[in-house]
Design a protein around this ligand. Sequence first.
Ligand code: MN
Length: 730
Amino acid sequence: METFADHYSSMMATIREQMPGADMALIQKAVEYADAKHQHQKRKDGSPYIIHPLAVAEIVTEMGLDQDSVLGALLHDCIEDTDASHDDIEKIFGQTVAELVEGVTKLTKANFSTTEQAQMENLRKMFMAMSKDIRVVLIKIADRLHNMRTMQYQSPAKQVIKCRETMDIYAPLAHRLGMQRIKWELEDTSLRYLYPTEYQQITEHLRSHRAEDEAFMLAIQDKIDQRLSAVGIENKTYGRIKHVYSIYRKMQAQSKSIDELYDIYAFRVVVDTIPDCYNVLGHMHDLFNLVPGRFKDYISTPKPNMYQSLHTTVIGSQGIPFEVQIRTWDMHETAEYGIAAHWKYKQGTGDGQEKDFEWVRRLLESQQDTDAEDYVRSLKIDMFDDEVFVFTPKGRIVSLPAGSTPIDFAYAIHSGVGNAMVGAKVNNRIANIDMTLKNGDIVEVLTSKSAKGPSRDWLNICKSNQARTKIKQWFKKERREENVTHGRASFEAEMRRAGLPLALTIDPEVSPILLRKLSFGDWEDMYAAIGYGGLTAVKAVGRIRDDLNKIMKGQSLEQGQQSPLRISPDNPNLKNNRHAVNGIVVEDIDSCMVKFAKCCTPVPGDSVVGFITKGFGVSVHRCDCPNAANRDHPVHAARWVRCHWAQQEDQPFDTILELEFTTRDCLYMDVGTVFASSRIRVKELSGKDIPGGRSLFTARFEVRNVAELEAIRNKLMSIPDIVSIRRGQN
Ligand code: MN
């Protein structure tokens, strides 16, 4: 049986050695506090419970964490298992320690073992997200490591559950956090309980071959040592057998028995500098035969968990392949202890690429000059601040965008659930359907058969695109009548605004032409589409404008003929056209000077708005021009007037496009060719290289309307290496 004394003195010695400035009196106090709280508890093997927190605190120290983490480790089971409270701990050991203990308790309470495989990644993320302070996760990993080390005292059933959980959650987490050594130990111990036969087989094989393995490794090590000392590269070189679980995985992957598996040796050469790493690599390839395709440079491209090394596989004189990992001492620390190494060794280690590790990289970069305490404090982070993880009442995990509400949750479950929702319970309490969900919330949707369906407000409340899309779909299907009415009103308003005759849309000859142009079977469908937002009224009118204009022109030639199609010049919809200047009708102003704004060069078909200038008449801007953005502002509103395009003769308008390319030769020629072949008159074409390997071209040219502009834009889009096309601003 293990004793308090053994663990206590071992832990204290480790702390003294690794953490010279530690407040030993405070640590002593935590030991006594935990011991008193746990005094009636025993471990499964009958030893006093306090041994466990002592061991966890020692692991945390070995990881290189700080004093608060050690205190947190000593107290980590107090809230969960004893009558100690957050406040008690805060009073004696401070807020940080209390929060660490609280965080570990939360993770301990959450049940991570009963969920389907497919949800593991979500689970791991949630695990991280639940602990705002990364030290909570590290203490929890240390806790699990000690529990794995004492797994033999658990029942076989418990062993399997715990080891499965370790494989699914803790080993991948240790890997994510770059803690190689702990990951290996977690994997090997799990394997031992999950696949005892295979585990025995491998360890037995390794045991029986130990002598030859060691002889082989020594011979190789000597050879490397001799060469490197001959060329004067300071180094530490050692060989090892790969860990049991990785051998097991190789056997599975290659369907081989361990006798057939050669690739089980790994050598490590640790040197002082990065240039030395590459030098050593050269010597390895000179000393041994290279296995092609196995060289990996994780120094120039570090792994997402910040791991850096050069890897190569070579074959020695005996025909046995082995891997060589070459790294500096800094890289070595990072590889062994991962994120924890940075409490002690704070230098940055290159770029982590993966998003999950971005925050660590950013922290490392910004933290280089701060002191250790600040550094640790700043590791309090929200790792997945764009996601929130919640449970269904049955324990399924649903991942939603941060800020999501019960509405988002309901539609994430099923659109039927969302549409029938009448309320929600969060953590068993009735909640508002617009409340913001938090990690770990249990959400239950209350539904009713007589529910009236979603309300339009929900579109503004929900956070996820999924919910928004499904709500829109509902309105599209269920509210057809409403949509038709709504859509018809906006269509008619837009027709009036554009000065087009509504009468034509019901003319039996004209109507089918227009509907074909609009790609709708009948007008109701089109109104419905506008009503639910699938099509804007402006777009719909834009599509039929040219045809209507042509038809009206034809009719005005048929003088005297009495036809219902005939447009009376007194038709109020057309009245304004008589005052068109430069093709623009300024509403409510009879004749005035009209010019086109130089900044946004509008062409017929663009939505436009007019600005009454001081002395130069009305200046016409595109509605999306930045210079027209302030038109709703009360100070400026009075000077902005509505205006629209009149029936248009084929008068050309100047407009500008800006084209961005990836820089290459012949761009001028390609752009020029497209304009020339489209018979478009270019008035100005200039290009220049801009930063980022791009070239920017500005073309000023003539078009008659938006349709023509769109056509030329499409052709320009097909030029190779085009990046983007924008309407230009002068
Ligand atoms: Mn524990």
